[in-house]
Design a protein around this ligand. Structure first.
Ligand SMILES: C[S@@+](CC[C@H](N)C(=O)[O-])C[C@H]1O[C@@H](n2cnc3c(N)ncnc32)[C@H](O)[C@@H]1O
Length: 235
């Protein structure tokens, strides 16, 4: 499940300590622009992705997270995050670049996330470092995190089927689409009942116009996405 992971640096002293031992570090004196495959690139500006189709390194910006904290956004409301009660434990099973995990962590949640793609996961860890937050970030299948989860909320944001608009805007969504482990297509019926065994609240992110898997207990709607919330009590 590890795949390949290549990190290009011009200074080997920059290699982060959490870079996995099985990854490959290539030292480059000069930047090369035609990388044969998507890889990590580390320079004085931080970690980035380079590779086919990218004219410049792709970077995540802290503002992608911090602007989402203004006003209590849909994700925080769907997860039941209250200003006065920090420490909610959230398991983010499909962690991606960690943008949602970071929003939750900055709002005071204890976040555990799994992400199957090592390259995407490294970008998430770098983002957490820059934001000064701790998120338990595992390189493993979502099923493993689910089976061990002791959480108040299980958050599911799988890849949407291709074709229509996505939840994350622009280049970030495109990068996810290219790099993500699309795996088997997500079937909510396989996940929600199991998730409710591990947490009293399960939040599933969908595109605004997607059909429900099963009528949720309630939903929180954003402009382009919808959060379906399933709660264990009263079911
Ligand atoms: C839509 S993205 C999540 C975006 C994320 N919420 C964010 O804020 O960046 C879905 C992610 O799930 C990952 N993924 C797909 N199947 C997985 C699995 N079985 N286990 C762990 N991660 C998985 C993909 O690699 C992708 O990065």
């Amino acid at each position: 499940m590890t795949g390949t992971l290549v990190l290009y640096v011009n200074d080997p002293g920059l290699v982060p300590e959490h870079f996995p031992a099985w990854g490959e570090v290539r030292v480059l004196a000069d930047p090369v622009l035609d990388f044969p495959a998507h890889s990590l690139w580390l320079d004085e500006h931080g970690l980035a992705i380079v590779g086919p189709g990218l004219r410049k390194p792709f970077r995540l910006r802290e503002a992608q997270v911090t602007r989402r904290l203004k006003g209590r956004g849909e994700l925080l409301r769907a997860c039941g995050v209250k200003k006065q009660a920090p420490g909610l434990r959230v398991a983010d099973l499909f962690g991606g670049f960690g943008i949602d995990s970071a929003v939750l962590a900055l709002a005071g949640c204890e976040v555990h996330m799994s992400e199957k793609s090592p390259l995407i996961r490294m970008m998430a860890i770098d983002l957490f470092d820059r934001l000064g937050i701790e998120v338990d970030t595992r390189h493993e299948d979502a099923r493993s995190l689910l089976s061990a989860a002791e959480a108040d909320v299980i958050y599911l944001d799988p890849m949407f089927p291709e074709g229509r608009s996505t939840a994350l805007p622009g280049l970030t969504a495109q990068m996810l689409r290219e790099l993500a482990d699309s795996g088997a297509s997500f079937d909510a019926a396989d996940w929600i009942p199991d998730a409710l065994e591990h947490a009293p609240r399960v939040v599933l992110k969908r595109r605004a116009g997607d059909p429900w898997h099963e009528r949720p207990d309630f939903e929180i709607r954003g402009r382009s996405v919808r959060f379906d919330v399933y709660v264990r009590t009263g079911r």
